[in-house]
Every structure is written in structure tokens, then in C-alpha cells.
Design a protein around this ligand. Structure first.
Ligand code: C2E
Ligand code: CA
Ligand code: CA
Length: 644
């Protein structure tokens, strides 16, 4: 597998290098053999020539060598002497017609039968040119291993060609020496060629491998989140396009888990970004461990992850998500700090009949639900969720345009002293939707808070409430509700001051109602803003007491003017009047002990009214005494009660 890969990647340079080195291995020995032969022939040729000249001189040749018949002892002696000590070990002589006339180591008379013509000798006579060939004598006992047969015209003392001699030159020693030299040379050349081609080839391969590795690294970096090593948003989008693209792989069933790390912002803000980063890495590792190989895990936002896993069944997907939560839930300890790990997971199974956008929208909606349901849990997408989302968007649209289009108005609910006289009115915000429907504040206030629109809306309420109260008798106060979010910008106090100044309303006739959520807010300056509100002379009421943390330390620290007992106590009172009566009395006593006037909310019938009058509470509010009413009716009521 790996070999095939290497070949695919570097095949061409390797083939080129192998061809060059291979052909040099094949060609160099041939070339060196050829060179050896040519050198041997050249050597033999010159040896034969000079010997022939010496022989001609020695014999003072008169031509008898080229005539058949026995030679004199003297002639034979001269011939043998000329060969002795040279590399010529034999020779033959031919007359001008190519007929053999003498052989140095044989008796010519014994060769009479061989008195045929030698065509090579005849050719040499006719052309006047030498003829040489290298012969192998290893199989012939009377011959050296390697020798050259050289036919050359024999030129006599007079300069005339007398015949042809065939000289046998022993080149065995020379051949061995030259071959050894050329062998070394050709090995050297092969080595050098190999170096010249292979070294650059290997450098090229190495460099290409490095570049490819770097490319892979770059691709990895561009596709992966640097912190966790998971896929990043871009790569996640690509994966989605792959599932929802033309091949529609999602039609095989694709589970989408949208995961939101709970309270991550708090970890970052309170313990530090360093530990926040480590937490993200830890979580990513756990995801990798729990997920299957085919699952795609991506970090798509600061503390948001998405897992795409092949799956057809929502129940199966839910159990995968629950396993993910349970196996990752354990505590994360960093630098001795123990951080609980918790997720909200939105799950949705897509079967390819929807596009990518809708599939992601569905899982996003589900995570929104998981968070709203208390975090650390899984929510599956459902049509009900979608209906709620459509409704939420429609309400958000009305909230957004409400102020400009005059869709908001205030109603005022009377609050009475226990003596029955009118104490004041609580301003309650109303929103009429674009279709005329009245949207309850319990629905639109949270949406206004989430979207940040509550800031402007709250100031509008405050100004309107104060402007309205100016028309009321001087002993009637106005209260209005403020959300925790309204303390963020720090506008509340100066706006409140400016509203009372411009209207001339005595600030002590204004009461700000706030819930414990305001006190839970992280802003350091909430306490300062509350002190500033009191500093203006304005009253502060703690609203819906008994529904939140009802922390005594808050009551102690902030010195509120009023405490409003939540109406849910009355709902409970209906079922277990004795126990709840005791509880209500205790709270009334607690508030009064801390110098607060206590209001009981939600008085709906005579029984409740009768009971309340047995307590020492200061104020009463509820439908039984008066429903929230229009500005005009509130004005009329305030004047009537004043007159009475
Ligand atoms: P809340 O401040 O506790 O206001 C009292 C709520 O109790 C009002 O509901 C009122 O109509 C209702 N109520 C009064 N007496 C009775 C009774 O005898 N029985 C029953 N069942 N209900 C009674 P509403 O007007 O629907 O307001 C609901 C909540 O919306 C308020 O609760 C308050 O938290 C919020 N809200 C209303 N107006 C504003 C506003 O201007 N700003 C902010 N931030 N919140 C507001
Ligand atoms: Ca209130
Ligand atoms: Ca209340």
C-alpha cells in the first residue's frame, strides 16, 4: 500500500533515474569492451608493423619468404630471433596471389595440402590495407588466451610489396591490464552517473515529500481549529455540502448534534481564558473518544460544536447524545480548580428531504430548547419547537416595531392600603400585535430581554409611568417594573432623575420594582445604581418575593422600601391554607422587621381578602380589588378615591 503510494507520488523521477543508471550499467561495459578491442587492435597493428620492418631488414628480403619451399637455417634463425622477446608468437607469409608460402611454427611442405588461396591475404594485396582481428585462444591449446591476427602487406627493402604476412600478436597480458583499467573506469563512470542522477533524484523526492507534508499540514491547519484540532467551521460547511449536495448522502439518515458548552462564558470571565481553552481541548478529546470513526466533529463557534453522525432514528440519536453528555460530564480539574462540565445538546435526524440550512436550523432550535429547559440536557427537534420559534419570531418583530408603530401602552393596577384607601398603581406594559392580538407581557418581556430591546422599552415605560402619575393626587404613587438588563448600560438612574425633574413629580412617589434576578447580575455597579436610585428619593420594591432565591442577605444588604409577596403563594394557599398562611405571615413579619412595607399580590377573592386582613401586611393588590386599567380609568379611580 505504502509502496504503491510512493510509486504514484515519485514514479517519474524514479523511472528517469532508474533508466539512466540502468542504461549506464548496460552501456558502459559495452563501450569499455569496444575500447579494449580497439586498443588491442591498435597495439597489435603497430607491433606487427614495426616487427615487419625489423624482419624485412633482418632478412634483407629478396622475396624468398613468399616462395614456397624450405628456408635456410640462417633465414629461420633470423626469423626466430626477430620473434624472440616480442609479443609476436607466430606468423604466416602469403604470395601476391594469396597463396600460403611460409608458417613460422610449421613445415610448409607439410602444408602442401593446404595450398589453397587465403582470401583475406589476397584482399590485403589488392587493397594495400591491413586487416586485423582479435581472436580468443582459450579453447586452443597452442594459442595464448587472447591474440590478434594482423594481415599486412610485406614491404621489402626496396619499398615494393613482396607479399602478405599474417602476424599473430599475443595481447593476453595487455588485454587483462586494459580490461582491469577499463573495468574500474566503467565502474567509476557508473558510480558517477548514479551519483549525478540519483542524488538529485533523492533530493527531489525528499524535497517533494517535504513540500507535500507542508501542504498537508497547511491544508490541515486551514481545515482544523487550531485549539482543539477538530474541524473548523469552513471544513464543517464543506462536510455539510457533501451530505446535502447533489449526491444527497443525508438521505441515508444523518444525525446532527448541536452542542453548546454550558456556562463557558462564566469560566472564561471568572477563571480566565487559559483555563477556558484547556476546557475546550478537554471536551474535544472526550468527543473524539466517544464518537465513532465515521462521525464528523467540528468546533463551529467559541463554545459550540456540531457532530454529524450517520443515523436514521431520533431515539438512537438521543441516546448517542446522552452518552456524550454522561461521558463528558465528569469534573474537569485544572490548576486545582474544579470545573463542572455540562452541555446542552440539540438533536435532529435528517433524512435528506430537507436542505442543509433547514437541517441545521432544526438542530439549532433543539439546542435552544435544551438550554431553555435548564441546560445539561438533550432536546430533540419537533414540529412543536418550530411552531414556538415561528411565534417567537413574530413576537420579536412586534416588539422591534412596537415603539415606532405605537403598539405599546401601559395599564395601571391599583394597590391599596390595608385600610382600603388607594396607595398607588403598578404600571404594566401591554403590546398589541400587528394582527390586533394582545400579547401577554410574560411572553414578550423575555423576548425583549433576550434581544436587548428591553433597554429602550424600559425607559419608555418609566417616562410614561411618571408622566401619568403627575395627573394623580399627591399621595398616590406609581410603580413600574425594571429588568435586570436595564442595569447594564447605566442609563436608568440619569433617565429616572431627568424624568422626575422634567415632570416635577416628587421622586418619593415613584417606586421601582425589581426581582432578585437584578441582584444576581454580575455587574459590580448594580448596588451603586440601587443606592443612586434611593439617593434620588425614589422607592425600591423587591418584587415576586419567594419565587427566586429569596436570600435574606439581599434583603439585609439593599434596604428595600417594599417587599411584594408573589401571588403564587395564594395559589398554594388554596390547597394548604394553614401551612401557607404561616409562611405568608412569616414573610410579612420578616419584611416589616427589616423596615419594609409588605404588599400581598394576587388577591382574587373575598376569602383571601378576609385572610389577608388577619395579617399585618401593609398593601394589597389583586383582581379582587382592581384589574389593570387604562390611563384614563386609573386617573378617574385615583380622583374618585381621593374624593371619597
Ligand atoms: P408582576 O410584576 O408580578 O406584575 C403583576 C402581574 O400579576 C400582572 O400581570 C398582573 O396583571 C397580575 N395580577 C395582578 N393581580 C392578579 C390577580 O389577582 N390574579 C392574577 N392571576 N394575576 C394578577 P401582567 O400584567 O401579565 O404582567 C406579568 C409580568 O410581566 C409582571 O409581573 C412583570 O414581571 C412583567 N412586566 C409587566 N410590565 C412590565 C414592564 O413594564 N417592564 C418589565 N420589565 N416587566 C414587566
Ligand atoms: Ca411587579
Ligand atoms: Ca409581582
Amino acid at each position: 500500500m505504502r509502496k504503491t503510494k510512493i510509486f504514484q507520488s515519485y514514479g517519474l523521477p524514479l523511472i528517469i533515474a532508474a533508466c539512466v543508471v540502468g542504461s549506464s550499467i548496460l552501456l558502459f561495459p559495452r563501450w569499455s569492451d569496444d575500447l579494449v578491442t580497439r586498443t588491442l587492435l591498435g597495439h597489435a597493428e603497430s607491433s606487427a608493423r614495426s616487427w615487419q620492418t625489423e624482419l624485412a631488414e633482418a632478412l634483407q628480403e629478396d622475396g624468398s619468404l613468399f616462395v614456397q619451399g624450405s628456408k635456410s637455417e640462417e633465414q629461420l634463425g633470423l626469423i626466430n630471433a626477430s620473434m624472440a622477446g616480442s609479443d609476436i608468437f607466430r606468423f604466416k607469409a602469403f604470395d601476391m596471389s594469396g597463396r600460403l608460402t611460409f608458417v613460422s611454427d610449421e613445415d610448409v611442405s607439410a602444408l602442401e595440402d593446404e595450398a589453397n588461396l587465403n582470401t583475406t591475404a589476397a584482399l590485403v594485396v589488392s587493397t594495400g590495407e591491413m586487416h586485423v582481428s582479435v581472436e580468443d585462444g582459450t579453447e586452443k591449446p597452442s594459442r595464448p588466451d587472447q591474440y590478434v591476427e594482423a594481415y599486412l602487406p610485406f614491404i621489402g627493402q626496396d619499398g615494393a610489396v613482396q607479399g602478405v604476412i599474417e602476424v599473430y600478436v599475443d595481447v593476453t597480458g595487455l588485454a587483462a591490464a586494459i580490461k582491469a583499467k577499463f573495468g574500474r573506469l566503467s565502474a567509476l563512470l557508473i558510480g558517477v552517473t548514479a551519483m549525478i542522477y540519483l542524488i538529485p533524484t533523492f533530493i527531489l523526492i525528499r524535497r517533494t515529500a517535504q513540500l507535500r507534508a507542508r501542504d498537508r499540514e497547511l491544508l490541515k491547519v486551514s481545515r482544523h481549529d487550531a485549539l482543539t484540532g477538530l474541524l473548523n467551521r469552513g471544513a464543517f460547511n464543506e462536510a455539510c455540502s457533501e451530505f446535502f449536495g447533489p449526491r444527497n448522502r443525508a438521505s441515508d439518515g444523518l444525525g446532527i448534534l448541536f452542542i453548546d458548552l454550558d456556562f463557558f462564558k462564566d469560566v472564561n470571565d471568572t477563571i480566565g481564558h487559559d483555563i477556558g481553552d484547556r476546557l475546550l481541548k478537554h471536551v474535544a478529546d472526550r468527543f473524539r473518544r466517544v464518537c465513532r470513526k465515521e462521525d464528523i466533529i467540528a468546533r463551529v463557534g467559541g463554545d459550540e460544536f456540531v457532530i454529524l453522525c450517520p443515523c436514521t432514528n431520533p431515539t438512537e440519536l438521543r441516546s448517542t447524545a446522552e452518552r456524550l453528555i454522561s461521558e463528558t460530564r465528569d469534573r474537569f480539574i485544572c490548576n486545582g480548580t474544579e470545573i463542572p462540565v455540562s452541555f446542552s445538546v440539540g438533536a435532529h435526524v435528517s433524512t435528506g428531504d430537507e436542505n442543509e440550512r433547514r437541517a441545521l436550523y432544526c438542530s439549532d432550535l433543539a439546542v435552544y430548547r435544551a438550554k431553555a429547559d435548564g441546560r445539561g440536557r438533550v432536546a430533540l427537534f419537533s414540529e412543536e419547537l418550530e411552531r414556538q420559534d415561528i411565534r417567537r419570531r413574530s413576537v420579536l418583530e412586534d416588539v422591534r416595531n412596537g415603539l415606532d408603530q405605537g403598539r405599546f401602552y401601559l395599564e395601571f393596577q391599583p394597590i391599596y392600603n390595608r385600610t382600603g384607601s388607594l396607595a398607588g398603581f403598578e404600571s404594566l406594559l401591554r403590546l398589541r400585535a400587528h394582527n390586533g392580538e394582545l400579547i401577554p407581557p410574560d411572553e414578550f418581556i423575555p423576548i425583549a430581554e433576550e434581544s436587548g430591546l428591553i433597554e429602550d422599552l424600559g425607559l419608555w415605560v418609566m417616562r410614561n409611568a411618571i408622566e401619568t402619575a403627575v395627573e394623580w393626587p399627591e399621595d398616590v404613587f406609581v410603580s413600574f417594573n425594571v429588568s435586570a438588563h436595564q442595569f447594564k448600560s447605566g442609563q436608568l438612574v440619569p433617565e429616572l432623575d431627568s424624568a422626575t425633574r422634567t415632570t416635577g413629580l416628587d421622586p418619593s412617589r415613584v417606586c421601582v420594582e425589581l426581582t432578585e434576578r437584578v441582584l444576581l447580575e454580575e455587574h459590580d455597579d448594580v448596588a451603586e445604581q440601587l443606592a443612586a436610585i434611593k439617593g434620588l428619593g425614589t422607592q425600591i420594591a423587591i418584587d415576586d418575593f419567594g419565587t427566586g432565591y429569596s436570600s435574606l442577605s439581599y434583603l439585609w444588604r439593599f434596604e428595600f422600601n417594599h417587599l411584594k409577596i408573589d401571588r403564587s403563594f395564594f395559589e398554594a394557599y388554596e390547597f394548604d391554607s394553614v401551612r401557607y398562611a404561616r409562611l405568608i405571615e412569616t414573610i410579612v413579619a420578616l419584611g416589616q422587621q427589616l423596615d419594609m412595607s409588605v404588599t400581598i399580590e394576587g388577591v382574587e377573592n373575598q376569602d383571601q381578602m378576609d385572610y389577608i386582613l388577619t395579617t399585618t401586611c401593609d398593601h394589597l393588590q389583586g383582581f379582587f380589588l382592581g384589574r389593570p386599567a387604562s390611563r384614563e380609568r386609573a386617573l378617574a379611580l385615583s380622583r374618585d378615591t381621593a374624593a371619597a
